[in-house]
Design a protein around this ligand. Structure first.
Ligand code: SF4
Ligand code: SF4
Length: 249
């Protein structure tokens, strides 16, 4: 079944690339048991309103998360652009659409075999005042063993942090993935780097934490700047400027 799910994601990416401009490296997938106690802990780590897998699907048995890593070229373009590169803003929009297509395709394939799946939209599923997500895909991906958090509050996978996450809850029991133990953030591992902090245009990110309100204000500014593209409250400077952006790519 894991092979089927992976092949569906690869097929949807391939089909979508015919119509979109964003390219991806090979997707990563991770799995966790729906009853993993870490999901309960997300109510503390993310916010009390964070949902449990059974809130999405009462018959939940497994949670699967996937990561679509961006290419080196896209990362470089956003890293070097004096503002947020248009291609980065577009990649955000296209990737969110692609993630929804992947989830729909997986759910359809499972339903043919009598199984159920449920998911939350790729973005904008958060409390607009507190800016706490009801279902944080990157935190879910952490539980599913896809990486460790860096100083920039992004999940650093074996392929880096520049990319987008999606996740689904399914009623089929599948073996969980081992949790990552490699610390790929140079600051946490060696006490140096801080590239993400230095490049944050809004100064929302510091060594001491992330001011989500400041960050989101900046993202809304980018959204206005690229208003012709659609909703693109994205910046990604912290995700593209450091050595954690692209790994093995
Ligand atoms: S997304 Fe942009 S504004 Fe927000 S923390 Fe990262 S670099 Fe700073
Ligand atoms: S840019 Fe450097 S300090 Fe920031 S998360 Fe990546 S490795 Fe850590």
């Amino acid at each position: 079944m894991k092979d089927l799910i992976e092949s569906i994601i690869n097929r949807v990416i391939k089909e979508n690339q015919l119509g979109g401009q964003t390219a991806y490296r090979a997707p990563l997938l991770g799995y966790a048991q729906a009853g993993d106690p870490l999901f309960q802990q997300l109510k503390t780590a993310v916010g009390p309103g964070h949902l449990l897998p059974i809130d999405l699907l009462p018959e939940a048995r497994t949670v699967l998360a996937f990561f679509l890593p961006f290419t080196k070229e896209l990362v470089k373009s956003n890293r070097e652009h004096p503002y947020v590169d248009r291609s980065w803003a577009l990649a955000y929009i296209e990737s969110n659409a692609l993630i929804s297509l992947c989830c729909e395709a997986i759910a359809t394939a499972l339903s043919v075999q009598g199984m159920k799946a449920a998911w939350q939209q790729p973005t904008h599923n958060f409390d607009p005042v507190q800016l706490c997500s009801h279902w944080s895909h990157k935190h879910v991906a952490y539980v599913c063993g896809l990486g460790e958090f860096g100083l920039h509050h992004m999940l650093i996978t074996p392929s880096g942090c520049a990319g987008r996450f999606g996740s689904l809850v399914i009623d089929l029991p599948l073996s969980p993935s081992p949790r990552q133990t490699d610390q790929r953030c140079f600051f946490y591992a060696q006490g140096k780097c801080l590239a993400c902090v230095k490049k944050c245009p809004s100064r929302a990110l510091t060594q001491d934490g992330l001011d989500k309100q400041k960050c989101y204000s900046y993202l809304l500014e980018v959204d206005s700047f690229y208003s012709d593209l659609g909703v693109c409250d994205a910046c990604g400077k912290c995700a593209t400027c450091g050595p954690c952006a692209v790994i093995d790519g």
